[in-house]
Design a protein around this ligand. Sequence first.
Ligand code: PMP
Length: 385
Amino acid sequence: MEHLINAKVKDIQISGIRKISNLVSTYKDALTLTIGQPDFPTPDHIMTAAKAAIDAHKTTYTPNPGMPELRQAASAFANGKYGLHYKPETEVIVTTGASQALDITLRTILEPGCEVILPGPIYPGYEPLVRLCGGEPVYVDTRSNGFKLTAELLEPHITEKTRCIILCYPSNPTGRVLNARELADMARLLEEKQIFVISDEIYSELIYDGPHTSLATIGNMRDKTIVINGLSKSHSMTGWRIGFTFAPEYLSQHMVKVHQYNVTCASSISQYAALEALTNGVDDALPMKQAYIERRDFVYDRLTELGFELDKPEGAFYMFPSIERFGLSSMEFTMKLLDEQRVAVVPGDAFSVYGEGYIRISYAYSMEVLEKAMERFGTFVRGLS
Ligand code: PMP
């Protein structure tokens, strides 16, 4: 019967990050720097609000796009922090994490044969969703510009088949950020084109050098941009599964239909937790951000001392150093490091072909773990040269 299974689903591969995580679990003494989730607990006041929601039996379906008061709070948060203007009633949808936000967005705008531009290296969660819609990913090599997409790099890849581009800044896996001027340069090109932009801003609260600029605040980009965000990273709430889409009404009214038939609504308990996060925890990310800055500086200094080439990340909690000078592929480097020193990282090729020659290190781990890991990195590198 296997031949009756949808071919597009059969073609999807398990992500490179998952493969490495599965492998690492077989090495009991390994230090893992592979996971993209905060190591902080969800703030207590959010947990208390969720418990209160359970005790008050707030356990029924909510309206499909989310509780009105939560959409109001999300709209106010996006406005207060980034100057975004979205009507809570018709332009905000509460989703099951940013992951589901991406899915409903792509399913709303793609048709078979559409091309989707992805600046690589990039988060591996996008390509399978594009392919399930019958779309074709078109990768743009951003290595020549320190992983920052520019209008010049982008323009040659736009064809009459291009339906959208996905931007992810601060970036997973590189930690690079596009500042307001760099986004404005890109917006000048995008404004002329009949293509949508999905702006995945899930790391917007984790920017270390300067404010976050949302692409949707530039010129008339709001009309063609779907902003994706969520609480997984900002409030250390990965397991609560709360994300958001912010999009003009002409798009949101169709996205909400896909959402409705897909999940009905996000979990009611999690929505109460999210309401607390966005009303009384607007700045909950700040202390975590302080810790990430300290860790970033530590790991960056150690890696550069060891001779790794990398640009200092400005956001998220990843580093993407080049390993080219060691003459090993990213997978060979990763396997050797794991075998010899019991340190797990993600090979760069998990983030598209343009990630080959690099490794991704997550520094969402305690200083104690990072110190040990960097010591082992030192021993490893000395053994290689
Ligand atoms: N986008 C990016 C760039 C991510 O790194 C992640 C999570 N690793 C997601 C989206 C998905 O986030 P969520 O947990 O909200 O589904």
